[in-house]
Design a protein around this ligand. Structure first.
Ligand code: MN
Length: 635
């Protein structure tokens, strides 16, 4: 079904021409087949905007083709909604387009299509991220999909707009940033601001428009002067004015607590030259002609950002006004704009190794969080991804990447778990600092370890990285966060093996599965591999779904030795209060092992040693509800 009235409609030939223009080696046959397939599959479906649904997938493919992405990804972009929104089956897709395209489409297909609760949304994000680890192209399609959905967000209801914009800002913007995709990142940010802070967005837009002419004139003068200077010194370069995105200005206002008028460095230019050497030459020339502003120089060429961004940054005073200057080569420029997508293009041959390293952070986050619920995962993703990164140095000079305000403990765990677990003291740039000291970029950090030192609960209060938190918790054996929020107990493969009761199977034959993770109260099940090993899976693991019930081996958890818990109850004495407390405990299956009481002038404390209760948190809640109980503390 074609709607002839749509101006945005692009014919097939236009689209294929566009693909070819960006990538002369594109597999047009594949893309053309995907085009026809998707158009037929979505035929008759409409978007909220009234447009044919097919226009959405076409736009997503168009965004990616502009980044000169490979043909399989473009085909997958065209097909990205057929599994979710049409009757097409996975098998059909595989037959027609092969396993790689199918895997990408599957990766972006929502697990829970009717997303309603935050848990469902989180589960969908987790699924995309797990698929991304297998094939980075999944996230490229997802980001392009989100980009087009954000561009057309105005057609949705207000509540949905906010929800989607919030999720975009919290999850997809940091991912785009981490992958170095600045162009996508800044457009997404501006769109988020527009829907999350419509008032501020409109005001900024108005103010920026008002000053636009004046600023453009100013930028033109800077551009001309810099260009002349470089020409005179035979440095081949293009000098361009650069518009800053709204969100960047907004963030600056927030972080420096200043009004719009005082956001001074609105003028920005960019110098694009041929080699790194010329970048430094250009910088020197610019610095010797105009006064550089102190502490505003960053050398991301020698020290690229973890997302592979490279450039020289400086700020100069031009006619007494600060101007931001970025200097880079053309290749650096492409990588800066498109991040990992550009890398794909440049480093085609060694892309696997390169990509592996580029998404190491994602792997690391997901590995550490594998046992958390999807919602917790997304929560901690936000913490780990949102922060700006700094790098500090080991005494040997190796850079370690950490979030802003990270502490020596974060550093210690980033270097090695054992160093973290035995961290006794820290030196920064040669001087001893407290363990909660906030590190600055470029600090040289040395950790002093001692065999006798162990992690302390206190550390949890100031560490900034998710992985340090997780490792400290693990070392302390705590599964419940200080906030009282229940966290699943994290089990390492060794702990699983130790805790599994496999009846007649030799313990040496047991292995943990790599595909699924078990929490202590979830059902394990065994599957005998060809080599005789029994692999322990989660009973709901996708990979054993197809195995007939009879071929699975029953497993259970060993009974835990009874653990004792001490409760300290502060109470106001009244008749029958002891009976009420004991009844509450019995109802919770807790057995009282010993009781002690202590009275101060106006307070009465009773401490109980109990065993047998599975859920201390629940018990504490119930005890607090008993009349006369003032507080309950778990010792
Ligand atoms: Mn879509």
């Amino acid at each position: 079904m074609k709607n002839e009235n749509l101006a945005s409609e692009m014919g097939k030939k236009d689209f294929l021409d566009n693909v070819l223009e960006h990538n002369p080696h594109a597999d047009l046959m594949l893309i053309s087949r995907a085009y026809d397939f998707a158009q037929a599959a979505h035929s008759g479906q409409k978007r909220m905007s009234g447009e044919d649904y097919f226009q959405h997938v076409l736009n997503v493919a168009y965004i990616l083709s502009g980044m000169r992405i490979d043909s399989e990804t473009i085909a997958a972009a065209l097909l990205h909604d057929v599994l979710e929104d049409t009757k097409t089956t996975k098998e059909h897709l595989k037959r027609d387009f092969g396993p790689a395209v199918t895997a990408i489409v599957e990766g972006v297909t929502k697990k829970i299509a009717l997303r309603t609760t935050p848990e469902d949304r989180a589960e969908n994000i987790r699924k995309v991220l797990l698929a991304t680890i297998k094939d980075i192209r999944v996230i490229l399609v997802k980001l392009a999909d989100r980009m087009h959905n954000m561009r057309t967000l105005k057609y949705l209801g207000q509540e949905q707009q906010r929800e989607i914009a919030q999720e975009t800002l919290e999850v997809y913007v940091p991912i785009a940033y981490k992958l170095g995709m600045y162009r996508i990142k800044s457009e997404l940010e501006d769109l988020c601001l527009r829907f999350l802070e419509p008032g501020i967005y409109q005001e900024l837009k108005g103010r920026i428009a008002k000053k636009k002419e004046e600023r453009e004139k100013e930028v033109k003068r800077v551009v001309a002067s810099v260009k002349r200077l470089l020409d005179e010194n035979s440095i081949p370069a293009a000098v361009l004015g650069r518009a800053k995105n709204f969100y960047g200005i907004y963030k600056k206002m927030l972080s420096r607590k200043i009004p719009f008028e005082e956001v001074r460095d609105l003028s920005a230019i960019r110098v694009i030259t041929t080699t790194a050497d010329n970048c430094y030459k250009a910088l020197n020339l610019i610095h010797s002609r105009w006064t550089p502003i102190l502490n505003r120089f960053d050398d991301y060429i020698t020290n690229p950002k973890p997302n592979m961004y490279q450039s020289l940054h400086t700020e100069i005073l031009f006619e007494n006004k600060p101007v931001e200057v970025q200097i880079r080569t053309l290749e650096m420029h492409h990588i800066a704009e498109e991040g990992i997508a550009a890398h794909w293009r440049y480093k085609d041959t060694e892309r696997d190794r390169q990509f592996d390293r580029k998404i190491a952070w994602l792997k690391q986050i997901l590995e550490w969080r594998s046992t958390e619920s999807a919602k917790d995962l997304v929560e901690s993703l936000k913490i780990d991804m949102f922060k700006d990164e700094i790098y500090v140095l080991t005494p040997k000079g190796d850079p370690i990447h950490l979030p802003e305000n990270a502490t020596p403990i974060d550093f210690a765990y980033a270097v090695h778990t054992e160093i973290g677990n035995h961290c006794k003291a820290a030196k920064v740039n040669g001087s001893i600092v407290p363990l909660d000291h906030e590190l600055n970029p470029g600090d040289v950090v040395e950790i002093i370890t001692s065999k006798d030192t162990k992690p302390s609960r206190q550390w949890l209060k100031f560490v900034k990285t998710g992985f340090a938190k997780e490792k400290i918790r693990r070392a302390l054996g705590i599964s419940v966060e200080d906030t009282g929020k229940k966290r699943w107990e994290v089990l390492t493969p060794a702990e699983i093996l130790e805790k599994i009761d496999a009846k007649e199977i030799k313990p040496s034959l047991l292995q943990t599965a790599r595909c699924c993770y078990l929490k202590i109260d979830e059902k394990p099940v065994g599957y005998r591999a060809k080599d005789g090993h029994v692999i322990i899976h989660h009973s709901k693991c996708e990979n054993i779904k197809a195995v007939p019930e009879g071929k699975l081996i029953k497993l259970s958890w060993k009974e835990e030795p009874k653990q004792r818990t001490s409760l300290m109850i502060e109470l106001v004495d009244r008749v029958g209060i002891f009976a009420d407390i004991l009844n509450t405990m019995t109802a919770a299956m807790a057995k009282v092992e010993s009781v002690n009481s202590k009275a101060t002038r106006n307070k009465l404390y009773v401490s109980f040693e109990i065993s047998g209760t599975g859920n201390t948190e629940e018990l504490v809640k119930k005890l607090k509800a008993v009349k006369g109980v003032v507080s309950v503390k778990v010792a």
